[in-house]
Design a protein around this ligand. Structure first.
Ligand SMILES: N[C@@H](CCC(=O)N[C@@H](CS)C(=O)NCC(=O)O)C(=O)O
Length: 260
């Protein structure tokens, strides 16, 4: 089994949480996204969107982190990470869908506008253009262009912060009643949301759940599980410092979006 991933990428963290839960240790290819590793011709043959993660197992290439997690659950069902109860299983899939249809894009916009744009702005104009042009997904190119120019004042940022806030609100509504997002069992729903909560924490944005205590407690519960090494063992101090510092300076603008 081989995993193409990146240390701090949220989608890679999600897959590594599942791998560690199931005690699977694939050969790892840690791609440097800033150096363009994910858009090189060889890698595009595996993942035409030029993104991580990609799993190769028994000769099969699997892309899309949610699909990879479900594949791992089917192929390596022990320990189970889907609730036994059909209704809770449906609830689990609503959570993973929320990530795929809104939260992931919101996370990308916020992370780039607040922190990662600073890395790109250090590059010469030609290298910046080359980096943007190498992205196969048009929406990604447009978001990078806008947030590079306008930072947290880009229109995409306000809507991304609102998306995040709405989903954290939904998490709190659920976690007020059950310990885990899909009900009483830890599942792929918790795995799907955890990297996105950690990302906000790294960006010094945990103020978003200051008034939602059950979300903070859920996060602590997730962190005490042994599979959390799928995130913890890959944290990069340099990135963490950049995210924390830029998140602290962006806080007033981000809070203003929510009127707090
Ligand atoms: N829907 C995809 C999204 C993958 C994605 O956007 N991955 C990001 C990292 S989390 C990436 O590779 N971005 C390329 C870049 O930042 O250059 C999935 O869930 O696998």
């Amino acid at each position: 089994m081989e995993l193409y991933h990146n240390s701090m990428s949220v989608c890679s963290q999600k897959v590594r949480l599942v791998l560690r839960e199931k005690h699977l240790r694939p050969a790892e290819h840690n791609l440097n996204l800033r150096a363009g590793d994910s858009t090189r011709a060889e890698y595009l043959k595996l993942n035409p969107n030029g993104v991580v993660p990609t799993l190769v197992d028994r000769g099969a290439v699997i892309v899309e982190s949610t699909v990879i997690c479900e594949y791992l659950e089917d192929a390596y069902p022990d320990p189970p990470m889907r609730p036994k109860d059909m209704v809770q299983r449906a609830a689990m899939r609503i959570w993973t869908q929320r990530v795929d249809t809104g939260l992931h894009a919101a996370c990308g916009v916020i992370s780039f506008a607040v922190a990662f744009r600073r890395q790109l702005l250090e590059q010469p104009a030609e290298a910046i253009e080359q980096y943007i042009a190498s992205k196969p997904i048009p929406e990604m190119r447009e978001n990078i262009r806008q947030t590079l120019k306008l930072g947290v004042q880009a229109p995409q940022v306000a809507s991304a912060v609102k998306t995040y806030d709405r989903i954290i609100g939904l998490m709190a509504d659920q976690l007020d009643h059950t310990p885990w997002l899909a009900g009483n069992e830890y599942s792929l729903a918790d795995v799907a949301l955890l990297p996105y909560a950690c990302r906000l924490e790294h960006l010094a944005m945990s103020w978003m759940w200051d008034h939602r205590a059950t979300v903070a407690r859920w996060l602590e519960r997730c962190r005490t599980r042994s599979n959390y090494v799928g995130i913890a063992d890959y944290l990069d101090e340099h990135y963490l410092a950049l995210m924390r510092e830029s998140g602290e300076s962006a806080r007033p603008a981000l809070e203003a979006v929510l009127g707090t």
